[in-house]
Design a protein around this ligand. Structure first.
Ligand code: FAD
Length: 274
C-alpha cells in the first residue's frame, strides 16, 4: 500500500530531548513522510523552540510544517513569525486557534482559527499551504455539531488547502464528518489524525480533555490489563492498525501520526500496513 503520511512532533524542552528527537526523526524519515509538523504553544510559549526544530527539519531536506496558533497573539507578532518562516523557506503551516493555559488572560487580536487563515492569506498570498484542524467527534467547546461544522467550513473557505483531524478511535465518526463536509461543499483532503497508544491512563485523561472518545469496549480491555504494559502495547497496536486499514479502505487521503516524539509504534503500524 502506498500511503501518504505526515508526522507530528512537539518541540522538546531539554538538550537531551532535542538529541532524542533527532534520532527519532532519522528513524521516521525512512517512512518517507510528506512532511513533519511541529506543534506551537498557544500565546507563543514555544515560539523559539518550534522555530528551531522546524529549521533543523528543513536543513535535513524535509518539508517542515510549523503549527501556528493565534489565541492570545497580536497581528504584529503573527506577521513576524510568518516572515521568519518565509525567509527560512518554509511553505506549509498548520493554522490553529490554540488553547490558552488556564489563568492566562485572553488579550490577543484573534478569536478563531478562520481569522488566522484569512490573515495568513492576506499577508502572504499563496506562499503557504495551510492545514486546519477538524473534529470528527466535535470540538469540546462547540455549541453544537452544526456550529462546529459551520466553523470548519469557514476555515476552509478562508483559504485552507487541507485538514488534519483530532485523533479518534471510531472510524464511523470520521466517515460521517467527511460526508457532512462534502455536503457543505468542502472538497479538500481531510486527513485522519492517528494517535498510537503507548499507555492507557495518560491517554484516557488527555482524551477526556480534548473530546476524543475511547470506545467502551477498548477502555474495558485496557483497564483489564492493569499495568501489564506489553499487553497494552500489543492491543493498542492491533486496534490502531485496524483503524488505519479501515480508514484507508474507506478512502482516507493519508494518515497524520501524533507520534509523541517516538518512532517505534508509528514504524510498526506502517510496517503492518505494508
Ligand atoms: P477553531 O476552528 O477556531 O474552533 C475552536 C472552537 O470555536 C470550536 O468549538 C468551534 O466550533 C468554535 N468556533 C469557531 N468559530 C466560531 C465562531 N465564529 N463563533 C462561535 N464559536 C466558534 N493546539 C496548540 O495550542 N498548538 C498546536 O500546535 C496544536 N496543534 C493541533 C493540531 C491538530 C491537527 C489538531 C486537531 C489540534 C491541535 N491543537 C493545537 C489543538 C487546538 O488548538 C485546539 O483544539 C483548540 O481548542 C481549537 O483550535 P482550532 O484551530 O480547531 O479552533
Amino acid at each position: 500500500m502506498n500511503t501518504e503520511i505526515s508526522i507530528e512532533f512537539f518541540p522538546p524542552q531539554t538538550p537531551e530531548g532535542i538529541e532524542k528527537l533527532r534520532s527519532t526523526r532519522a528513524e521516521l524519515a525512512k517512512l518517507k513522510p510528506e512532511f513533519f509538523s511541529v506543534t506551537y504553544g498557544a500565546g507563543g510559549s514555544t515560539r523559539e523552540r518550534t522555530f528551531n526544530v522546524v529549521k533543523e527539519i528543513a536543513a535535513e531536506g524535509f518539508d517542515a510544517a510549523p503549527h501556528l496558533s493565534c489565541i492570545g497573539s497580536t497581528r504584529e507578532s503573527i506577521r513576524e513569525i510568518l516572515n521568519e518562516y518565509k525567509s527560512a523557506g518554509i511553505k506549509r503551516t498548520v493554522a490553529l486557534r490554540g488553547d490558552l493555559p488556564s489563568g492566562m488572560a485572553e488579550t490577543g487580536e484573534f478569536r478563531y482559527a478562520n481569522e488566522l487563515v484569512e490573515f495568513i492569506r492576506a499577508e502572504t498570498g499563496d506562499h503557504f499551504s495551510i492545514e486546519v484542524a477538524a473534529y470528527p467527534e466535535w470540538h469540546p467547546q462547540a455549541r453544537s455539531p452544526k456550529d462546529d461544522m459551520d466553523a470548519f467550513v469557514r476555515k476552509v473557505k478562508a483559504g485552507a488547502n487541507s485538514a488534519i483531524t483530532q485523533y479518534f478511535y471510531n472510524a464511523d465518526a470520521y466517515f460521517h464528518f467527511v460526508e457532512e463536509a462534502k455536503a457543505q461543499g468542502v472538497d479538500l483532503p481531510i486527513v485522519p489524525g492517528i494517535m498510537p497508544i503507548v499507555g492507557f491512563t495518560k491517554l484516557a485523561r488527555f482524551s477526556d480533555a480534548c473530546g476524543a472518545e475511547i470506545p467502551r469496549w477498548m477502555r474495558k480491555k485496557f483497564e483489564s490489563f492493569g499495568d501489564d504494559s506489553d499487553s497494552i502495547r500489543a492491543f493498542g497496536l492491533d486496534v490502531v492498525t485496524e483503524l488505519c486499514e479501515r480508514l484507508l479502505k474507506g478512502g482516507a487521503p493519508g494518515l497524520h501520526f501524533y507520534c509523541m516524539n517516538q518512532s517505534t509504534l508509528t514504524t510498526e503500524i506502517m510496517k503492518r500496513l505494508g
